[in-house]
Design a protein around this ligand. Sequence first.
Ligand code: NDP
Ligand code: 8X3
Length: 250
Amino acid sequence: MKKTALITGATSGIGRATAHEFAKHGIHLILCGRRQERLDTIQKALSKQTEVYTLNFDVRDKKATSNAIASLPDSFKTIDILINNAGNAYGKDPIHTGNLEDWDAMIDINVKGLLYVSKAIIPQMTERKSGHIINIGSSAGREVYPKGNVYCGSKHAVLAITEGMRLDLNPFGIKVTAINPGLVETEFSQVRFKGDPIADNVYKGYKALQAEDIAEVIQFAISRPAHVNIADVLMFCTAQANNTILNKDL
Ligand code: NDP
Ligand code: 8X3
């Protein structure tokens, strides 16, 4: 019996690469995001390899989130693997000049959105006493960097929530994993810098992690035997030592 995974943020970057990786293994996919045309394109591509269903909702909207997940057809209702990946940074400013809308977006999407999705899915996992939740945190959840204030705060929250999930879901045999990457070359910086050309330089002068690198680690985590839980992964590209030391050729 093939497993079913729900991936948030499947329209781009790490989420999309994870969808492609899971499809290779025949995992049935529920792909989520706000950009329907992208969901359609990915569904079309991956339907050759596995069963794919798409859900279009904004994780900030708790009603839309629970309605979307409740609307799943019977063949996709049982979710074995939840990949809480949807998220972004908005802006990179010192705390005294930060933008309130950016702060709201990061807390509402990265923290509250992850909770809304989890709340809609965890009860079926506790009922069945099985499941695997993978939360995409960040190295920013381990170490704060200058001008990272609220984004780092949101990812510290993701890490704390992940640990809380692992404690509370332990009696139910549910695996909970945090994957914490450093710099990954995706649309992340385009979103963060809102189209400012500064985004083009973020991944120049070194080889950043690629979305596929993260997807492979996620696939490794979900394919361990029943008694093994990969609790927490911190991964950097070779050029990055921590959140402030990056060996660039520029
Ligand atoms: P991308 O910008 O490439 O992808 C972000 C994804 O999140 C998109 O699919 C987007 O879909 C979805 N998303 C964003 N906001 C919402 C929302 N309100 N509702 C629903 N979906 C939403 O970035 P990455 O792939 O890099 O980021 C994925 C995760 O990885 C994030 O949690 C990020 O914080 C984390 N991360 C990224 C790193 C990096 O350097 N790139 C490093 C460490 C962690 P759509 O717009 O269609 O809704
Ligand atoms: C994304 C990586 O360094 O931009 O979490 O915070 S970083």
